[in-house]
Design a protein around this ligand. Structure first.
Ligand SMILES: Cc1ncc(COP(=O)(O)O)c(C=O)c1O
Length: 289
């Protein structure tokens, strides 16, 4: 289709419609500066404190009124340098021991830049980004000894990953009509899910989001080594079955948040009636990280 060469107001389209930088050479120079600055930032991180609270000036700079016009990227970068860069979470510092967040790697930030530059939509299509997702999933499946045809999704974080896992388990347990009719506890009993008291709080949120209700999550006591008490787990499942509820998922922890404990291997040998067996069972529908 022939493109109009000017907008209805008469201004040339290129100057009104493009998101390109006004000057590619300036853009390149700014990019090089940013790259050098961030490599300096990372390579000297040990010389700075792990964390500091954002200053009053930073807070003021980050509560500006809504801008009605675009800003020069150099100004935006100056704000970043003054108000953002000095006050991060701290998790990439080698002395950050406050919480479990990962720190990434220097090459990861370069990879983020490459990914952002291509900015692919990865819902499918005949393109390399989708092939990369499939390749990574295949590698993960192989690492975890999953079947070759196991599928998956790369998502934005732990809660999203567990939400997807719990959804798969819920849909499996709810039968073929669940996705059409929604949850119908009156039909087969309310769905219940089990995990140790050391399970991360994602599970309550996900039960809420999936319409199971927070009380669908049954917490099971841990032993002296913070591992789930398999006997209590089996008893809780049996009791819920006796009440007409429908246990559908056991959450196995591979490294709890508080102290990195893994669920006992024996855990995987619970059968669907809640009896604890001796051998190694199937994978079941366990999620967790
Ligand atoms: C098991 C588990 N699930 C979920 C989360 C939350 O992760 P995210 O913030 O990526 O959703 C964490 C974070 O510690 C976690 O350990």
């Amino acid at each position: 289709m022939k493109q109009p060469s000017s907008s209805p107001s008469g201004a040339p389209l290129e100057t009104r419609a493009t998101l390109d930088p006004a000057d590619w050479d300036e853009f390149r120079a700014l990019g090089h500066t940013m790259l050098d600055d961030m490599v300096d930032f990372m390579s000297t991180i040990r010389e700075r404190p792990v964390w500091q609270s954002p200053s009053a000036e930073a807070r003021a700079a980050l509560s500006a009124p809504l801008p009605r016009a675009g800003a020069d990227p150099r100004e935006a970068y100056a704000t970043f340098q003054k108000a953002i860069q000095p006050f991060p979470t701290g998790n990439i510092h080698p002395r950050f021991w406050g919480w479990v967040m990962g720190n990434g790697t220097p090459v990861g930030f370069l990879a983020d830049m490459l990914g952002s530059a291509l900015n692919c939509h990865v819902s499918g299509y005949d393109q390399a980004a989708a092939l990369v997702e499939h390749e990574v999933l295949r590698w993960l499946a192989e690492l975890m000894d999953y079947p070759k045809d196991a599928s998956g999704l790369l998502v934005s974080g732990g809660t999203m990953a567990n939400l997807v896992g719990l959804t798969v388990a819920r849909n499996h347990a709810g039968g073929s009509t669940l996705r059409r009719d929604g949850l119908r506890p009156e039909a087969g009993g309310a769905l219940t899910v089990y995990g140790s008291t050391a399970t991360h709080s994602w599970v309550g949120r996900c039960c809420d989001l999936l319409g199971l209700g927070g009380k669908a999550f049954r917490t099971v006591a841990v032993d002296a080594r913070h591992r789930v008490r398999v006997d209590e787990l089996a008893a809780a499942i049996r009791a819920d079955r006796g009440r007409g509820l429908q246990p559908f998922c056991i959450i196995a922890n591979a490294g709890t948040v508080a102290c990195g404990v893994c669920s006992a291997r024996r855990f995987s040998s619970l059968d669907s009636s809640g009896k604890s067996g001796g051998g190694r069972g199937g994978r079941g529908s366990s999620t967790g990280a």
